[in-house]
Design a binder for this molecule. Sequence first.
Ligand code: FAD
Length: 302
Amino acid sequence: PFDVLVVGGGPAGASAAIYAARKGIRTGIVAERFGGQILDTAAIENFISVKHTEGPKLAASLEEHVKEYNVDVMNLQRAKRLEKKDFIEIELENGAVLKSKTVILSTGARWRNVGVPGEAEFKNKGVAYCPHCDGPLFEGKHVAVIGGGNSGIEAAIDLAGIVKHVTVLEFMPELKADSVLQDRLYSLPNVTVLKNVQTKEITGTDKVNGITYVDRDTGAEHHIELAGVFVQIGLVPNTEWLGETIDRTRMGEIVVDKRGATTIPGIFAAGDCTDSAYKQIIISMGSGATAALGAFDYLIRN
Ligand code: FAD
């Protein structure tokens, strides 16, 4: 069995694996996609001491750093079940069962779906989640951003510099984004903000050609012609596979203490899959280190 088995290969998991391996204990890391969300990120300018980098480049450095140590890296493997017996068992989609004395869960998060007709059908055919990745595909075209929170307004500001026109659709009567972002947004000439509207359908034939929404004040239905829809309504933690085994918040985030420990002894968690206050690369790396040291502490006491 492993001493520490890390599930998830994003910034949190990579950090946890390195901290664990540096203790000279048997460490493994299982990742569905090594690198995690940063693979979908363009410029990163808030990873302290690195003025500018790009997501895939940072992901490659994470992997290179992990491989400096004696870590068993199992990439392209998805965990589907966790059970605590004599050891903690992690069952993979491929049927293999990994055993470990401690586990660090660092499965991250993913963008929330809006769940209207057309969204799934036109994914990558006009429906997008990552403005940094897909924005340039819509150069000179009309797009919509669903969601008026920070991520939605950041996306709208970003896209306005690339595309012809951006329509922001917010379900609530007010935008939730920080006022500095709203000020910036309203200063742009090619942005329309629709508040108190509900997206009804993303329309298209072979690709997106428009969006239908309902004005919640009047109940009137409207249709706008456009080429792309960016869905920006928040992040969902990748924790469904844990079922009822571990305490999670109403949002599905794993509850951890200041050592990264969950409610089950020997099981720790780090990064965007936890109830940490903010979801950032530097924060997830810090919490990965915390969880690994927490796991090591647990091992020397048990
Ligand atoms: P993730 O990066 O989500 O990694 C999760 C890992 O777990 C992945 O390897 C995944 O494949 C794996 N996994 C999931 N489920 C399973 C399973 N069942 N079995 C096995 N493996 C599994 N942060 C910044 O600080 N600066 C930025 O500029 C920035 N820009 C961003 C731009 C975009 C487009 C996005 C999406 C995010 C951005 N972030 C940024 C946020 C940052 O990427 C995250 O906070 C960070 O990646 C979280 O790291 P993590 O390791 O907790 O999770």
